[in-house]
Design a binder for this molecule. Structure first.
Ligand SMILES: Cc1cc2nc3c(=O)[nH]c(=O)nc-3n(C[C@H](O)[C@H](O)[C@H](O)COP(=O)(O)O)c2cc1C
Length: 203
């Protein structure tokens, strides 16, 4: 039987909110509790790129094609609510993913400035030595961006830039997105069939 996980997922205002939504769709196929936040900029970018989240989270995900495991539950949290349980290290969970992660949020976490619940929850993951997976999106990268990523990698975060692989010969945007989300699920230790692992030439 698969162990039930508690995870935190945040979407920030970098391009690529589709990664966060695709990740949520994949996560709820497992026995999970997911605490989900979208930054204010993230809401704007998401509305522009894939449409406004104008329904309660569970319904929104189901309407986007998610199939919920019978033990899956999602909770939408206000990213300004610094009184939420995930603001405290005493609230145990299994890790956090920020998909996509803006350079603003990256900089805040790298410098320990916790101006909102997304920054604070990430800060808690680092101090509690819990998995923190960041999908930083910007191009090109300045020295400041690179230094922030370096600091975060040194502090234990996993930097997983949304750079799709092409070795599985993707046909659609969804294939490209899935190849990135597959790597996130691999790091969380969750089974998936989103993307085939490379097995050498001829496969
Ligand atoms: C359409 C659009 C696309 C953006 N794409 C990026 C991006 O790819 N990377 C990034 O770091 N910021 C991007 N930004 C800027 C962020 O939204 C902005 O820095 C914001 O302050 C981030 O706030 P947050 O970290 O609280 O989400 C974009 C903004 C807009 C409007």
């Amino acid at each position: 039987m698969e162990l039930k996980r508690k995870l935190v997922v945040a979407v920030t205002g970098a391009s690529g909110s589709i990664y966060g939504i695709r990740l949520m769709r994949a996560l709820v196929a497992h026995p999970v509790e997911v605490f989900f936040m979208v930054s204010s900029a993230g809401q704007g970018v998401m509305a522009h790129e894939i449409g406004k989240m104008d329904q309660p989270l569970e319904r929104f995900l189901k309407n986007s094609g998610a199939r919920f495991h019978k033990q899956a539950a999602v909770f939408e949290i206000d990213p300004e609510d610094l009184f939420a349980p995930i603001a405290s290290g005493s609230f145990r969970h299994d890790g956090m993913v920020i998909a996509p992660c803006s350079m603003n949020t990256l900089a805040a976490i790298a410098s320990g400035v916790t101006g909102n619940l997304i920054h604070r929850a990430a800060d808690v993951c680092l101090k509690e030595r819990r998995p923190l997976i960041l999908l930083p999106r910007e191009t090109p990268l300045s020295l400041i961006h690179l230094k922030n990523m370096y600091r975060l990698a040194k502090a234990g975060a996993i930097l997983l830039p949304p750079c799709p692989g092409f070795y599985n010969r993707p046909q659609t945007i969804e294939d490209l997105v899935d190849s990135v989300v597959a790597r996130v699920l691999d790091h969380l230790g969750l089974a998936h069939d989103l993307s085939k692992p490379w097995k050498g030439k001829g496969n």
